[in-house]
Design a binder for this molecule. Structure first.
Ligand code: PEP
Ligand code: MN
Length: 282
């Protein structure tokens, strides 16, 4: 596991391989943005990039609400091979253009080593999805790039397995990792997955890496995204990644869990209130 004791300066502050850790927490820099530390990271955007109009309109809305990162899948790992697979290279070109035009950073999923050279030109952060959390060759490959990685927890992984997956990336020299809890599979069927809120304090104890929460995939239902977001921030998460669509009902994937730009704006304002209570900025 992460050897946080190696070069401790004192109980809470240490220096490890060129990185300073304050309060046992690590900060991940993505261009001029910092994930971890006192400021919460708000990432929002559609499940998948569907068209130029769609991604442009969502980029404008989430920027206006206060988000700093635009998400959107170009390579979609779908359960069925007959479902929409994403716009792939064209999608990455679209999301980068949309993000640049309003000043957002791009987070997008990569599913194969073959995509990395191209994707590296359009993404500020690579996402490794839940289904690929233990795709060790892909983990090693993103580890060889210096681009920050958003590493989602598999719906079937224990926390230690998730941290071991992060270690695969770190072992290649890329320590810029942000963990993302997105729900695990339990016997409960009222929600798509079960949000493991305990993962937040457990990770904060076991690892210096920032942890953000994805309430969209955790719940699978748009109406639960708001309360789970507030709970995550109250429990100490470093940020949220939320699926926002300009017309959720017509979305080509995950239509039940995507929220509208208006709902996102309202959620953002409520997150600010909780952030204030727990001493975080947004
Ligand atoms: C996604 O973020 O669009 C996604 C597919 O999520 P997950 O890998 O958590 O299922
Ligand atoms: Mn999705």
């Amino acid at each position: 596991m992460f050897k946080v004791n190696e070069t401790k300066i004192d109980d809470k502050n240490f220096y490890l391989n060129g990185q300073t850790y304050e309060n046992n927490r690590m900060k991940v820099c993505v261009g001029d943005q910092t994930i971890g530390g006192n400021t919460l990271t708000m990432i929002a955007g559609p499940c998948a990039i569907e068209s130029e109009e769609q991604i442009n309109s969502i980029a404008v809305s989430v920027k206006k609400a206060g988000a700093k990162f635009l998400r959107g899948g170009a390579y979609k790992p779908r359960t069925s091979p007959y479902s929409f697979q994403g716009l792939q290279k064209d999608g990455l070109i679209m999301i980068k253009k949309a993000a640049d035009s309003v000043g957002l950073k791009v987070v997008s999923e990569v599913t194969s080593e073959k995509q990395l050279d191209f994707a590296a030109k359009y993404c500020d952060m690579f996402q490794i999805g839940a289904k690929n959390m233990q795709n060790f060759e892909l983990l090693k490959a993103v580890g060889r790039y210096k681009i920050p990685v958003l590493l989602k927890r598999s719906f079937g992984a224990k926390i230690d397995e998730w941290l071991a997956a992060a270690e695969y990336i770190i072992a290649q020299g890329n320590r810029n990792i942000v963990l993302c809890e997105r729900g695990i599979r339990t016997f409960e069927t009222s929600t798509r997955n079960t949000l493991d809120i305990s993962a937040i304090p457990v990770i904060r104890e076991k690892s210096p890496l920032p942890i953000i929460i994805d309430p969209s995939h955790a719940s699978g239902k748009s109406k639960y995204v708001h309360p789970l977001s507030l709970a995550a921030i109250a429990a100490g998460a470093d940020g949220l990644i939320i699926e926002v669509h300009n017309n959720p009902k017509a979305a080509l994937c995950d239509s039940e869990q995507q929220i509208t730009p208006d709902d996102y704006s309202c959620l953002f304002n409520d997150v600010k209130k909780i952030a204030n209570v727990v001493g975080r900025n947004i």
